[in-house]
Design a binder for this molecule. Structure first.
Ligand SMILES: NC(=O)c1ccc[n+]([C@@H]2O[C@H](COP(=O)([O-])OP(=O)(O)OC[C@H]3O[C@@H](n4cnc5c(N)ncnc54)[C@H](OP(=O)(O)O)[C@@H]3O)[C@@H](O)[C@H]2O)c1
Length: 255
């Protein structure tokens, strides 16, 4: 059996209705996982469901949920455990992004972005790690951070702070959850064009896009590039890896 195999694993993927999360769901299903697709838009989650490999021994499910509504999250996790018996892995792709100068970042914006990108991730982790939810054998939790957690760009301070918080939390969570054999890591992608950024100025304006492309030694990435790294961190191929951030950035942070 390949160490990348995810057969019989129950993997919860947030942000599965779009972009990187959708591609990760497709990737995990190809490696045999039973995938729980989570996001707010049920229609787009069902579209993702239709894209998954679905062999006779696989069982996927759609669970629409707003991750900033903590009661909804608690309900979702108990439904997953009721239906599938346990959770073996969590891939937290849900997130929001913006490009805003300091003067435009109100306290309201800070709250919105920290709620969506940080508090929801922490709350989700707390819920899945409650007794009886995660597999007794352990498993893997992966957060989607960003290269913005370690490099700077004009207008990216708000987004960067939220992604930096995820990246900073990984090491201590890894220390705390190792006794349950739960590994915790993050992935920091460079730029992959998806609905999160396609209308932001650094993508939409040709000159700025060219400048951005030149910052990636290998050019802009594809959602598959990130999804392959996610499959690695969810699978036994990474069984001796916890508490790390894996940059999947086409060389953005090498320069
Ligand atoms: N694309 C990039 O260049 C890039 C680079 C670095 C890091 N990242 C990170 O990678 C992750 C995925 O990004 P993406 O490019 O795939 O973005 P995307 O296509 O916009 O997808 C974002 C996903 O997050 C979900 N989401 C947002 N707020 C939510 C909430 N309150 N509750 C539940 N789900 C919520 C959306 O679900 P609904 O639409 O169903 O609400 C959607 O499925 C994000 O965390 C992003 O910060 C992306």
């Amino acid at each position: 059996m390949s160490p990348f195999d995810l057969k019989n694993r129950v993997i919860l993927i947030t942000g599965a209705s779009s972009g990187i999360g959708r591609q990760c769901a497709i990737g995990c299903s190809k490696f045999g996982a039973n995938v729980i697709l989570s996001g707010r838009d049920k229609g787009r989650l069902n579209e993702t469901l239709g894209m998954l490999r679905n062999d006779e021994n696989q069982c996927h499910a759609v669970m629409a949920c707003d991750l900033t509504d903590y009661a909804e999250v608690e309900r979702m996790i108990s439904q997953v455990v009721e239906k599938m018996g346990r959770i073996d892995g969590v891939l937290h792709c849900a997130g929001i992004s913006t490009t805003l100068p300091l003067r435009s970042v109100s306290i309201g914006k800070l709250e919105e972005y920290f709620n969506a990108n940080v508090f929801s991730a922490y709350n989700l982790t707390r819920e899945v790690c409650k007794a009886g939810n995660f597999s007794k054998e352990g498993g893997s939790i992966v957060f989607l951070s960003s290269v913005m957690a370690c490099v700077g760009e004009v207008g990216k301070s708000l987004y960067a702070m939220t992604k930096g918080a995820l990246r900073a939390g990984v090491k201590s969570l890894a220390c705390e959850l190792a006794r349950k054999n739960i590994r915790v890591n993050s992935i920091s992608p460079g730029v992959v064009i998806t609905p999160i950024n396609q209308n932001l100025p650094h993508i939409a304006e040709p000159e700025r896009r060219e400048a951005l492309e030149s910052k990636h030694l290998l050019g802009l990435g594809k959602a598959e590039d990130v999804a392959n790294a996610c499959v690695f961190l969810l699978s036994d191929a990474s069984r001796w890896i916890t508490g790390i951030d894996l940059c999947v950035d086409g060389g953005y942070t090498a320069m």
